[in-house]
Design a binder for this molecule. Structure first.
Ligand code: AP5
Ligand code: MG
Length: 190
């Protein structure tokens, strides 16, 4: 299965994708993590992405689509994978559809994690204290939220119109949210 997680920063995409990837035995692909690793390694991609990451802006679509297509072409993604943080724009969603359909595949399910702004900001500020992720500053969190509403929210309509979207309440403990995720995935599989 090819499953996409969409939700605002701090809604729990990464947390839930790790749990579901383990349950389904398919890889978890976080584009944010891929970019942060590239940045830490000082690769050309990392240098290109640095300013976008720090400012909470989106890395250009052509760069992202190429990165994801390369990753999807590897053997471990042939039976499916969990996409966390991609697609984030309508162009990315359209190009992902094209990439998969050319290979006789499709996005099977899109899970939207719904969480209110107060809660997600609280989570991100807590993570700033615990882990010090460079984009978890009040200013950059606010930019990321804004970018989500402007660029990524339209992607939800795109999938909803194709009946691929399921909304999940992202409040509560990670375990409670994971149980809802599992329920949605089972409902879609049967
Ligand atoms: P990305 O890494 O995707 O960041 P994000 O979307 O801002 O989301 P986060 O990773 O902060 O949150 P999450 O939803 O994964 O929640 P998490 O589980 O971590 O992207 C970063 C940047 O990369 C972008 O700004 C952009 O520059 C670039 N980028 C990435 N993809 C791109 C693309 N496709 N196109 C262009 N640019 C792209 O949880 C957050 C915190 O809350 C954690 O501390 C967690 O432990 C905690 N938590 C989780 N669930 C719960 C819960 N239920 N209760 C309490 N705490 C919880
Ligand atoms: Mg994440």
């Amino acid at each position: 299965m090819y499953i996409v997680f969409i939700g605002p920063p701090g809604s729990g995409k990464g947390t839930q994708a790790v749990i579901l990837a383990e349950q389904l035995g398919i890889p978890h692909l976080s584009t944010g993590a891929m970019l942060r690793t590239a940045h830490d390694e000082g690769s050309a991609l990392g240098r290109l992405a640095a300013d976008f990451l720090l400012q909470g802006k989106l890395v250009p679509d052509d760069v992202m689509v190429q990165l994801v297509a390369e990753r999807l072409s590897r053997r471990d993604c042939q039976a499916g994978c969990l996409l966390d943080g991609f697609p984030r724009t309508l162009t990315q969603a359209q190009l992902l559809d094209r990439y998969l359909s050319e290979r006789g595949r499709q996005v099977d399910l899109v899970l939207e994690l719904v969480a209110d702004e107060e809660e997600v900001v609280r989570r991100l500020l807590r993570r700033a204290d615990l882990e010090g992720r460079a984009d978890d500053t009040p200013d950059t969190i606010s930019r990321r939220m804004h970018v989500y509403q402007r660029e990524t929210a339209p992607v939800l309509d795109y999938y909803d119109r194709r009946s691929q979207l399921m909304r999940i309440d992202g409040h509560g403990t990670p375990e409670e949210v994971a149980a809802r995720v599992q329920q949605s995935v089972s409902a879609r599989r049967h």
